[in-house]
Design a binder for this molecule. Structure first.
Ligand code: BGC
Length: 767
């Protein structure tokens, strides 16, 4: 499509848009550009053959395996013959330009391709894993992380990212908990919105914004037994109340695309689930963008028992899928299905149109090489992006314990830096960092050296393998040798570490998971520290030196024993490119920890699923239980080891009692709920003040607490501030058994505090 043709089409569109003159200016512009797009796309589609339309629905890889079988073959010729709508799995302005040239110079209608990639927590500059970022509760920061990722990605030819992943998860056995924002629908929705805004900005056609893809729609995080790709099964009330909100928030924020999940929803796999993809997504939520499948998920419907490739492809199209990721089910069977009356031209046209509209909005028809500017290399992995990565990592870490204020450390004396993750470049980035360069990461050893200064002596020893289990290591090391089993015996390594500890003032033990022990296809039935590391920690403890545990992990772990043994625990997740510098900033107190957990840490795996917004039951748990004939365990408490919203600082905060501006509200009114927050410790610091509400009586049972607001507040030491929230009727609404979303009059409790365990409460009535 030449620029001239585009200009003519636009002129035609403007000439015919008579109604636009009577509208407000903003509406006028929106309507005009919508109708310009309509005219353009409709005109283009009139020139397309059926095969070319079906070709647009085909998303291919250049040939390398990503997360499953490779179906794409003979890609060049397919592009030339108009059988490819988009590609994913390549990056680089020059490479993508070359691929785009094949489409633009050699295909009949010269329709540009769209180029997507898994840009999940940064592109070249890697930020903390999404679960880590979520612990910052910092929306401007999260938005900025997506903005930087978009800038880097677009400087390398990409126009589409397969993010944000917003699957609510209550089960840390599921490795992909690392990619999401934890267990809460309210916080998850805020983060989904921030990510979409960060990626897409206010104009998709700018050369530094990308189309986002919210995934995995839907309920992927509720896989039974935490086993990846497994069945999900839940009530619709549960879906709408707790699992759908973040996807909907992304849609409301204008996300350009949605990825259908691998799992089934209500006994129908997501990718062929019309109720999910059309009735809810398009009809109820008014989603106007395109739906892409997950990797080969149309083909996987065969194993789900939904029919052969032709049947499942037809079902997927009829359900509302527009683009087939890698499977080529659409490409190879839709024409036959059309001839047999199993799909309609209308369906194929609708899917094709949505894909062309996405390309139009991205500006690809104006300039297919919009994102292929080789002169933008300076936008990638530059000092400012790295500085942001370091800052974001300090704000994402969560201080879980700090006995006797052992932290922050002094910038003098001797530190024994021990552990298999203390100097492991390969494990700093965490899962799904496909374009990250692990060699260019900062390890904790390097960070302590950079930040500690010349008065700190560091003695480093590996101390243990991440795991001694060779069979396990082989599975985890599918992509790279991240569990590197040492030639030395475990005892030799421990002896070296103990000697180092004996010569030190304090031990910093960097333990946890390797990068891909969490992530896709990394479910675990046991989320303890590996035995090799437990043994190391025991030996370090026996030296009598204070032990600071720096945890690297992609999921909540069961660390009850370690919590008793370590004097301090700083959970740093996988913090990305600048991991080591950020950890050192925190350990030495140049930065003060402020993160709070967004997923509960269970006492043991038997407690899973454990989440704060649970129901009360008819035989509620009595704190301090077990009590006979109550809903509790005989062997452990119901409370998790660390609850949602928990996190310490080097300073301390106190909360006054909750004050309400009135004892009741009407559905049109509001109440102000406030507390006085005081920084009672010795450092300036930030606190995440959390507002929870409980509906005491409902037509369906209601959770014991639900997060409804939060504020991140900075206070100087000794400073106090009134923090207030406005409670309105909208915050009290919920889904009843008929899926009607409304509030019900009655009594409510309001809690304001520093974690979901707060009992700082007051009550009001909704009239
Ligand atoms: C994952 C998606 C990802 C896709 C493409 C799949 O296996 O589930 O999250 O976007 O692969 O790489």
């Amino acid at each position: 499509m030449s620029k001239k043709t585009v200009a003519l089409l636009i002129a035609a569109a403007l000439a015919t848009s008579s109604f636009a003159q009577t509208k407000e200016k903003v509406t006028k512009t929106a309507v005009a550009s919508q109708s310009k797009m309509d005219v353009f796309v409709n005109n283009l589609m009139k020139q397309m053959t059926l095969d070319e339309k079906i070709g647009q629905l085909n998303l291919v890889t250049p040939g390398g395996a990503v997360t499953g079988a490779v179906v794409s073959r003979d890609v060049d010729n397919k592009i030339k013959s108009g059988q490819v709508g988009g590609m994913f799995g390549i990056t680089g302005a020059d490479k993508i330009r070359k691929a785009q040239e094949i489409a633009v110079n050699n295909s009949r209608l010269k329709i540009p391709m769209i180029f997507g990639l898994d840009v999940i927590h940064g592109h070249r500059t890697i930020f903390p894993i999404p679960l880590g970022l979520s612990c910052s509760w910092d929306m401007p920061m999260i938005q900025q992380s997506a903005q930087i990722a978009a800038k880097e990605a677009t400087a390398e030819g990409l126009s589409w990212v397969f993010s944000p992943m917003v699957d609510i998860c209550r089960d840390p056995r599921w490795g992909r908990i690392a990619e999401g924002s934890g267990e809460d629908p309210y916080l998850g929705s805020q983060i989904a919105t921030a990510m979409v805004k960060g990626y897409q900005g206010d104009d998709l056609s700018k050369n530094n914004t990308v189309m986002a893809c919210v995934k995995h729609y839907a309920l992927y995080g509720a896989a039974e037994a935490g086993r990846d790709y497994n069945t999900t099964d839940m009530s619709r009330v549960q879906m709408f109340q707790n699992y759908f909100p973040p996807y909907k928030a992304a849609v409301d924020a204008g996300v350009g695309s949605v990825m259908s999940a691998f799992n089934e929803v209500d006994a129908v796999p997501s990718t062929v689930n019309k109720w999910l993809l059309t009735d809810v997504l398009r009809d109820q939520w008014k989603f106007k963008g395109m739906v892409v499948t997950d990797y080969t998920s149309i083909n996987e419907m065969i194993d789900h028992g939904m029919g052969d490739l032709q049947q499942v492809s037809a079902k997927a199209l009829n359900a509302g899928v527009d683009m087939d990721m890698v499977g080529e089910g659409f490409l190879t069977t839709l024409k036959k299905s059309l001839n047999e009356g199993k799909v309609s031209v209308k369906q194929i046209d609708a899917a094709c149109k949505r894909i062309l509209e996405a390309k139009y909005k991205l500006g690809l028809f104006d300039d297919p090489y919009r994102y292929c500017d080789v002169n933008r290399a300076g936008d990638i992995f530059n000092a400012s992006n790295r500085a942001a990565a370091r800052d974001f990592a300090t704000r994402s870490a969560v201080l879980l314990k700090n006995a006797n204020n052992i932290l922050p450390l002094k910038k003098s004396g001797t530190i024994a830096l021990i552990g298999p993750l203390a100097d492991s470049h390969m494990n700093m980035l965490g899962t799904w960092s496909v374009s990250g360069d692990f060699e260019n990461t900062v390890t904790v050893l390097q960070g302590l050296q950079n930040v500690g200064g010349s008065n700190v002596k560091i003695i480093h020893a590996k101390g243990a393998n991440i795991s001694d289990d060779t069979a396990f290591a082989k599975k985890v090391n599918a992509f790279m040798n991240e569990i590197d089993i040492d030639k030395r015996s475990p005892d030799e390594m421990i002896n070296e570490a103990v000697n180092a500890a004996n010569k030190s003032d304090v031990v910093v033990a960097v333990l946890g998971e390797s990068a891909n022990m969490s992530g896709e296809s990394s479910s675990l039935s046991n989320i303890d520290l590996q035995p090799s590391q437990k043994k190391l920690l025991d030996a370090l403890k026996k030296t009598g030196k204070p032990v600071v545990l720096v945890l690297m992990n992609g999921r909540p772990m069961t660390i009850e024993e370690e919590t008793k043994k370590a004097d301090a625990i700083l959970d740093t997740w996988f913090s990305g490119t600048e991991a080591g510098n950020a950890v050192a900033d925190l350990l030495f107190g140049d930065k003060i920890p402020s993160g709070k957990l967004t997923a509960s840490f269970p006492v043991n795996v038997g407690q899973i699923p454990v989440y704060y917004n649970h129901k009360n039951t008819g035989r509620p748990y009595v704190k301090g239980g077990p009590t006979k004939f109550k809903s509790n365990y005989l062997d452990i408490p119901n409370e998790p080891l660390f609850e949602f919203g928990y996190g310490l600082s080097y300073t301390t905060f106190s909360y006054s009692a909750v004050k309400l501006s009135a004892g009741s509200i009407t559905k049109t009114g509001s109440i102000k709920a406030s507390v006085t927050l005081t920084n009672t410790g010795n450092y300036d610091g930030e606190e995440i003040v959390q507002l929870y509400i409980r509906d005491m009586v409902g037509s369906v049972t209601r959770p014991v607490k639900e997060l409804k607001g939060f504020q991140k507040v900075f206070l100087k030491k000794g400073e106090s501030k009134e923090i207030s929230f406005t409670i309105t009727n909208g915050m009290l609404a919920f889904y009843d058994s008929n899926l009607k979303y409304a509030s019900e009059p009655g009594d409510f409790k309001v809690f304001i505090g520093g974690s979901s365990a707060t009992m700082n409460e007051a009550g009001f009535e909704l009239k």
